[in-house]
Design a binder for this molecule. Sequence first.
Ligand code: NAI
Ligand code: MG
Length: 482
Amino acid sequence: MTFEYAPALESRAIVSIQPKYGHFIGGKFVPGKKHFPTINPATEEILSHVALGAAVDIDKAVLAANKAYTKVWSKLSGKERGKYLYRIARILQERAREFAVLETLDNGKPIRETRDIDIPLVAAHFFYHAGWADKLDYAGLGHSPKPYGVAGQIIPWNFPMLMLAWKVAPALATGNTVVLKPAETTSLTALLFAEVCQQAELPEGVVNIVTGDGSTGATLVNHPGINKIAFTGSTEVGKKIARAIAATEKKATLELGGKGANIVFDDAPVDETVEGIVSGIFFNQGHVCCAGSRLILQESIADEIIEKLKARMAKIRVGDPLDKNTDLGAINSREQLSKIQELAKVGDSEGAERWSPQCNLSEKGYWFAPTIFTGVTQAHRIAQEEIFGPVLSILTFRTPQEAIEKANNTPFGLSAGVWSEKGSRVLWATQQLRAGVIWANTFNKFDPTSPFGGYKESGWGREGGKHGLAAYLKNGKETGGK
Ligand code: NAI
Ligand code: MG
């Protein structure tokens, strides 16, 4: 006898979406000129139209941020700044369900994740940084470290609110003001956050939000009034930003792509490991820069793990992101779906073997079944390039040294995972791996106290923890970055 889950839809009545949005500049919503649609990727329904920021909007926003910095924010004590951050954090908790539903509608990720992971972590980031605001002198970052001034912040679509929190909370705690540009497919929660800033009576101009596309982002990067840039997104755009600011005073942190290795030794606890593999690659549809997208299995246990993984994958529920039982939601955009489909085809043509469980995917919206490729070799593109979707490339190894060599053999160095019951083996492996974040016997765990960032083409600098504060302070140069 099998049991089926009855539909358990979260109501969308809690959110009210306006038909059209402008920018948030100087504490007010101001109309945009041109607009473009933002859709629900699970249904292709147009949710609203958001403004395409032009140079004049960026100019106004930078001016507002600069005025707020010189006249108000830089004059407030850390304790006063902290009060605003606490207030924002509490409002975010009060309005958590509204944010979770809106994020799910605009992004396509399951409500279970926005409700239980994204939005609670967003509030946690504001609480954590609120606590630092009046203690910066004691953070070990030098005596009386000073903010840079105006931070230009550009974020991606995979964790829209969480990336906003990663950017805005440390900037404000350290005394900077910001101009934030959300990703073009997921602007709505950032615009709701603008309402939270108003509700918290944050002084006008401390947070400014200009929506738009890559050209809006590039204008922000190149604006002479910006002192620091924080970017999360593709390595390709990260490189463009690095070039754009090369001969300037601008500081930058860049959080770019990854091709995380999840290494499983023969003594790993099998069932826990299978769960970790699933959350490593299928969490957030695999739209995760630190996803465990390369599974590196010790040869002697590979067959057993793959068999159990397939059985587990057959139970992943793909479907309506607003259903509380859904595990895997919609792919964020048509462009991203095409990229995933294309790279999966490359996997086929390179001779890897594709497997997916039977899934009934909706005709409307953008969907991709959870997928694994076995028989992958180091030279395959699907072992080297970021697919940024629910697609796992599986490789095997015989000796621990071989596992490390394979894991490190990519242009990236963001995350890795090690599975073994032997502590000494875990410690040995983590010391050999060139990755900024390494999990042992777990995967994809996040906490505001923990610095996050990568080596090589995965980026510059760290976000989160004390290291993340340093990236927003003049004396705080312990983070790398520029
Ligand atoms: P993207 O890097 O183009 O977009 C990220 C943000 O940068 C967006 O807000 C975008 O408007 C902005 N942007 C684009 N061009 C810019 C420019 N020249 N100057 C300043 N800002 C600019 O990423 P996209 O095209 O959405 O995704 C492409 C691939 O990038 C994905 O398939 C994935 O592999 C990777 N990616 C990685 C992310 C990560 O978290 N590391 C996040 C998003 C994408
Ligand atoms: Mg959207």
